[in-house]
Ligand binder design. Structure first.
Ligand code: C2O
Ligand code: CU
Ligand code: CU
Length: 553
């Protein structure tokens, strides 16, 4: 039974344990005077009576038992929601799934979300890809305890696109998402509406995740140190939070498939098994200006792609499988393989992801527009630092996952992470775990000293250099344009197998950096000052500290 019929009175937030709460909290709790009052936190555990939401939602993180496999139900943590005020269609639930409800909003709408935490640990919800203030962003410093409520109130300022939401407590994002806490957040706008894209039953979410279960159907997470260094890889693929991987669609119809890679660390190289190209119409936070056909699509963790599927001339009974095509990603080189990190579904192996089956026929009048949205991309010449981009290097350093040598600090931020409100900047995001030479700081293996270090153990630095890991890099608060990818340090054999699967167009918030890859992204810091995070979206890397703040001043 849900006990969320009525908005509950607020509970106090967890500000005693965590520094950095701001002015509004102090006003509510004037008797707590030891907090530093310097951040501009205006979110509060009570609703703001002056904020008039178009949609007022309640969302709870709860423990549930979900029938995922046949036999025992699976214990999961799930988001459940209800609409307090506004269009009831704003929340759409999938039966028998652990995924949270899909939230559907329109640009310009004001939404309030009363988030209640009832799982037995701290959490906070982040709206991935959304352009919101710091206090509405689900920053790890804003975690709330079990039993507490956090109120989000913001106007939807994003373009039409496929966004999502998930927890963001430091150190526990991986297990919380793994246990089921995630959902889609779909934004539409006028420009999109004019395109007459497939809607309702023809607009299908496809959330791809990998999970492992024990004999009693319970979720199994990290089993070894290697699992956590590499990132979790599950033994089976789930679609939309269920084991049902066949989508029953109608022949004679066209569909919009909203793919989300909601996996903790798995990378997909998606390809239709019959060899037909994948038609991508949107990526992350935007539609593309024109549809793009790819032989296969690389989809790193947290990335979304909207795909056009035309079943108009597929007879009833057709089966179309989306598979993962293979690519050679060797995580460790030099003969050191990771032990304990084995999975029956290795990264880069070939397997089925989902299957579309035409079980009935119908017709709809959707046709693929040749022109989608105006691109309005940022003009590189407006960037303050086009020829001298900020560089952020993602690497392992002494067994820690780091960004420019630093690891997570709750509110810590340095000069090179501070940007000006109103500025447009280029950032160069670098995966420096390359075996191809040119590694920052030198120290490549080539000297044969694999067993270096004081006592015959591998030293952290060695380990770091030996470990080639993809890093899907995500920046909060913005949508960026990708200016270029430098692949000169990427293993040519790997690059050859994946190079046609990347999309640089569109407005994106996450960029998959394969080992050795560098990407230049351009973005504008607008509307809101404050503290936001950027991080690797391999959730195990993120939890181990591959996350930093950046500050807009
Ligand atoms: Cu999808 Cu900081 O996260
Ligand atoms: Cu995000
Ligand atoms: Cu990473």
């Amino acid at each position: 039974m849900k006990k969320t019929e009525q908005p509950k009175p607020f509970n106090r937030r967890a500000f005693l344990e965590t520094a950095g709460y701001g002015a509004a909290t102090l006003m509510l709790w004037p008797f707590i005077s030891s907090c530093d009052g310097q951040s501009s936190n205006t979110a509060s555990p009570v609703v703001n009576p002056d904020f008039r939401p178009d949609i007022d939602l309640e969302l709870s993180a709860v423990e549930r038992e979900i029938p995922i496999l046949s036999g025992s139900k699976t214990k999961a943590w799930v988001f459940e929601g209800s609409v307090i005020k506004g269009d009831k269609e704003a929340l759409q639930t999938t039966e028998g799934s652990y995924l949270g409800p899909t939230i559907k909003v329109k640009k310009g709408q004001k939404i309030r979300i009363r988030f209640q935490n009832t799982i037995p640990e701290e959490t906070i919800v982040h709206w991935h890809g959304m352009h919101v203030t710091s206090e509405n962003d689900g920053h790890p410093k804003d975690v709330i305890h079990s039993g507490e409520t956090y109120i989000y109130e913001y106007e939807v300022m994003n373009r039409a696109g496929t966004y999502w939401y998930h927890p963001h407590p430091h150190g526990r994002t991986g297990p919380q998402v793994y246990n089921g806490l995630a959902g889609l957040l779909l934004v539409t706008d006028e420009e999109e509406e004019q395109l007459n894209l497939p809607q309702g039953e023809f607009d299908r979410p496809i959330v791809i995740q990998d999970r492992s279960f024990d004999e009693d159907n319970q979720l199994v997470y990290i089993q070894s140190r290697m699992d956590s260094m590499r990132g979790f890889l599950g033994e089976q693929i789930l679609i939309n939070g269920t084991a049902e991987k066949v989508l029953n669609l109608k022949s004679g119809c066209a569909y919009r498939l909203r793919l989300l890679n909601g996996s903790n660390s798995r990378i997909y190289k998606l390809a239709w098994e019959d060899g037909s190209p994948i038609t991508v119409i949107g990526i992350d936070g935007s539609l593309l200006s024109v549809p793009k056909e790819l032989p296969y699509l690389m989809l790193g963790p947290a990335k979304r792609a909207d795909v056009w599927l035309d079943l108009t001339d597929k007879p009833e009974g057709t089966r179309l499988t989306m598979k993962n095509a293979s690519f050679p990603l060797e995580v460790m080189s030099g003969g050191m393989m990771m032990d304990g990190g084995e999975t029956s579904l290795p990264q880069g192996s070939e397997y089925e992801v989902f299957t579309v089956k035409t079980t009935s026929s119908g017709s709809n009048e959707y046709s693929l527009p040749q022109q989608l949205v105006k691109s309005n991309y940022l003009d590189p010449s407006t960037a303050e630092n086009l020829n001298n981009p900020r560089q952020f290097s993602f690497a392992m350093d002494h067994m820690d996952w780091t960004i420019n040598g630093r690891t997570w600090e709750t509110t810590g931020v340095v000069d090179e992470e501070t940007v000006k409100l109103g500025s447009t900047e280029v950032w160069e995001l670098i995966n420096s775990s390359s075996m191809m030479g040119n590694n920052r700081g030198g120290g490549m293996m080539g000297n044969g000293g694999m067993m270096g270090g004081d006592d015959g153990m591998m030293s952290g630095g060695m380990m770091g250099n030996m470990m080639q890991m993809p890093h899907p890099v995500h920046i909060h608060q913005v949508q960026f344009n990708i200016l270029e990818r430098d692949v000169s340090d990427v293993d040519p054999q790997l690059w050859e197998a994946i190079k046609e699967g990347f999309i640089n167009e569109g407005w994106q918030d996450t960029v998959l950096l394969m080992p050795g890859m560098k990407a230049k992204v351009i973005m504008e810091f607008k509307d809101f000052k404050g503290l936001f995070v950027y991080h690797c979206h391999n959730l195990e890397h993120e939890d181990m500290g591959m996350m930093r703040n950046f500050k807009i001043t």
